[in-house]
Design a protein around this ligand. Sequence first.
Ligand SMILES: Cc1ncc(COP(=O)(O)O)c(C=O)c1O
Length: 392
Amino acid sequence: MTATAGRDAGSAARHESDAVGPAPLAMVVGPTRLAPSVLRRLADQPPPITDRRFLAEFREALELLRPVLGTTAAETFLVPGSGTAGMESLAASLLDPARPVLVLSTGMWGERWHELCTGLGLPSRVLRAAPGHGLDLDEVAACLRDRPYQAVLLTHVDSSSGVRADVATVTALAHRHGALSLVDGIAAAGAEEVRQDDWDVDAYLTSPPKALSGPGGLFLVALRAAAVDVLTDRGWTPRGYSLDLGRWLPVTRTLAAGDFAYFQTPPGALVSALAESLRLIVAEGPERIRRHETLAVRLRTGLAAADLRLFTADAADRAHGVTVLRTPAGVDAARLVAAVERHGVVLQAGTYPTAARRTVRIGHLGNHTAADVDRTLAALTAALAETARAEA
Ligand SMILES: Cc1ncc(COP(=O)(O)O)c(C=O)c1O
């Protein structure tokens, strides 16, 4: 689906914007560009929630999520809500409010894990990586030796720092110390290799509007047996109601068998559009990850040629779908983003907690092409030349 879907998605985006002039190219972390066949699903009449074809498509989406996350063993869930709702759902459903958790932070999304745990009344300790760096695994091991934690909460790709975490090693460390591993893969799945079974990740969370090139409004969860056991054997009362995966479990099992079950009304068009985006991803196969890697290299080679430095210090830690660059000395991120937009490309100012004004994020997730990357580099180069002239 690679090149063709990318081209089709591009022409669909242009067509839609005809009424208001040429659409800028959005190189953002999300929402990302949808393929035409996914867009068409969003325009369909929502089916009755008992409709046999709808139930078959729901079941297919639950099944197709497994190969995308590298699992045959996990139970999958599609739940209405944002990515953040998904993070809250994991924490509220799987974590005993009386026992501490260890949050590993590589940026804004680790901080969000920490804030939402605090909001739920869960005692949490945060271990922060140095800005722009990956986690120090010796420090992680030392923390886990220090005292018992029920779970380690991790971000696979933190889109504020561009850092990809070593999920396999962290999960192995967590398990050695009797802790579950809960992974936010919202900016990772679809662009990075995910091997939930091989890595033994207990709970993997993602959401469609990033590298899965799907619609916003659902979060997707895959739970391996140890996490499912928590849901069925909790000796504590979970916080909240609608996000409780314990209540969703019998429903998802029935839907996975192709039968009707109700807990909350599923958004029909979103489920159908998601099923289509997962079909495209599965059809593309492992080439999808290589394609993201190749685009990342193309972009970073161009940035280096333009003398731009990356925020993510070590090449081995750099994610495939997000690039965070440092603005040149004296250039404010918001000003640079505005200047690039005048050249037809939308980027995002930084969100890394202590470097927001000095970093810019470029999303190259999902259906982007080499031509999009080249257009981005050209817009950035032109914007930087303008900024330099303005300062001269
Ligand atoms: C890594 C990561 N986690 C969580 C989220 C939150 O997702 P949402 O904005 O849908 O709540 C994002 C959004 O960009 C993200 O990049």
